[in-house]
Design a protein around this ligand. Structure first.
Ligand code: NIG
Ligand code: FE
Length: 444
């Protein structure tokens, strides 16, 4: 019988992946999982897995009794790469200012743009790795990260280069998105800026070869539908699959545009209608809801029903950015249940498999193709062990981090709730080195 590198056994509940309908999960009670060479070798009831892979012959074991094991979270929408400080805006929001009012008063994205333009590539890599450590501590093993705080060719390229270097250094797998059309630089005409994005930034980004998606902030007062279409069509010509910030503060037609362009995802959707839900579902665009943004900005939450009723799988993300300091996908799951009425199964699915779907360019590359968001034979061994007995308990626990163990590609990267960052801090040591004897395993 083969030996495993690692066996996780006795999980009160093991989340395998999506179930039959868009609201369902597949669960195993008293579940186990074996890991070989960074991939899942077997998954199922503890009896069967441990017969095939006896824990006493495994390199390492994790006793998950009383705990939930699930695929590492996939965060499909972040602006996690930023520098600077916008805490004054937090206070302004508490005093009742809206996102748009803050932007009009000189706050918002331009403040971060100024800071990022001054940051070196090394500074940016360190800043991003710092955010990724926090995300990893909450069980995220795959995350999308957008550029969009440069708004000029040089800085946008520097952001994407920093994302690539952070991906190489850090155990969280990154999916890079070019978002030169995140805002219009000060004293610039919007159409002229769209020309710059299309004629200067996009060709340079394509040459650099790092970005996988192109995103645009389609919003009243930012980029209208025609300007957004120009950006996304040009992105596609350069090999970047489209994503879109759509119908966030105003409903101007971004969801319909996403459907027309067969975009990979349409994100935010606070103002989207039943008609928009149907259009996205028919076109196979993944609606991606970001309830932490509504939470942080004091906006009304998106309604998930139009999308689910239309048969669309629903993705959930943090939208981590300087106006939404939320790193935690478990918190997003709780918020989705408590404030958007999602069932816990639907929410966990949206934070794992369906989030990977929102990062699937459809060409056989990307995290979904690697098995992100699912635990099945052959998928990447990315998983979280949560010190709660079921996904329902997870959804109910909104205020504390109960993730105690995380594996990324089979390597132990969080143990006893502690991020083992010595493995990658400073980018020196290789992942999977000497820390694998750390806490977390407890013998069989
Ligand atoms: O998705 N909507 C635009 N972009 C971000 C906010 C970015 C920022 O405020 O820095 C978002 O919410
Ligand atoms: Fe965003």
């Amino acid at each position: 019988m083969p030996d495993a590198d690692l066996v996780v056994h006795g999980a009160a509940e093991l989340v395998v992946g999506p179930g039959g309908g868009v609201r369902d999960l597949e669960l195993v009670e008293d579940g186990a999982l074996a890991v070989e060479n960074g991939r899942v070798a077997a998954v199922g009831p503890t009896d069967g897995v441990c017969r095939e892979y006896p824990p006493e012959r495994a390199g390492k074991t994790i006793d998950a009794t009383g705990r939930t094991v699930l695929p590492g979270f996939v965060d499909p929408h972040t602006h996690a790469l930023f520098t600077g400080d916008r805490s004054d805006e937090f206070v302004a929001r508490i005093e009742g200012k809206t996102y748009t009012e803050i932007m009009e008063a000189g706050g918002g994205i331009p403040v971060t743009v100024e800071a990022v333009r001054e940051a070196s590539e090394d500074d940016l890599v360190d800043a991003l790795c710092g955010q990724l450590d926090v995300m990893l501590a909450h069980g995220t093993t795959t995350a999308e990260v957008k550029s969009g705080y440069g708004l000029d060719t040089e800085t946008e390229l520097r952001m994407l280069a920093a994302i690539e270097r952070a991906d190489e250094r850090h155990p969280v797998d990154l999916v890079p998105t070019f978002m030169g059309a995140h805002a219009v630089p000060e004293d610039t005409d919007t159409d002229e800026y769209v020309d710059q994005v299309v004629e200067d930034q996009l060709p340079a980004v394509a040459d650099q070869g790092i970005a996988q998606f192109c995103d645009v902030f389609c919003e009243a007062g930012v980029f209208d539908v025609e300007q957004s279409r120009r950006v996304l069509e040009a992105g596609r010509e350069h090999g970047l699959a489209p994503k879109i910030h759509a119908e966030e503060f105003s409903r101007i037609g971004g969801a319909q545009l996403a459907a027309d362009l067969d975009a990979t995802s349409a994100d935010h959707l606070l103002q989207a209608t039943v008609e928009d839900g149907r259009a996205l579902a028919e076109a196979g665009v993944v609606p991606t809801l970001l309830p932490a943004t509504a939470f942080a900005l004091g906006e009304a939450y998106a309604d998930p029903e139009p999308f689910l009723d239309a048969g669309a799988p629903l993705a959930l993300g943090t939208d981590l950015n300087p106006s939404c300091f939320v790193h935690s996908m478990p918190f997003v799951v709780s918020l989705s249940c408590l404030r958007m009425g999602l069932g816990p199964e639907t929410a966990i699915r949206g934070a794992t498999h369906d989030a990977a779907l929102a990062l699937d360019p459809g060409d056989g590359t990307g995290p979904l193709a690697d098995g992100a968001g699912t635990l099945a034979e052959g998928t990447a061994a990315d998983l979280a062990v949560v010190d709660l007995p079921s996904h329902v308990h997870m959804a109910a626990n909104a205020g504390t981090n109960r993730v105690d163990t995380v594996l990324a590609d089979g390597d132990l990267v969080v143990a006893d709730g502690e991020v083992l960052r010595g493995q990658w801090a400073g980018g020196e040591a290789a992942i999977g080195g000497d820390a694998s004897d750390g806490a977390g395993g407890d013998g069989a």
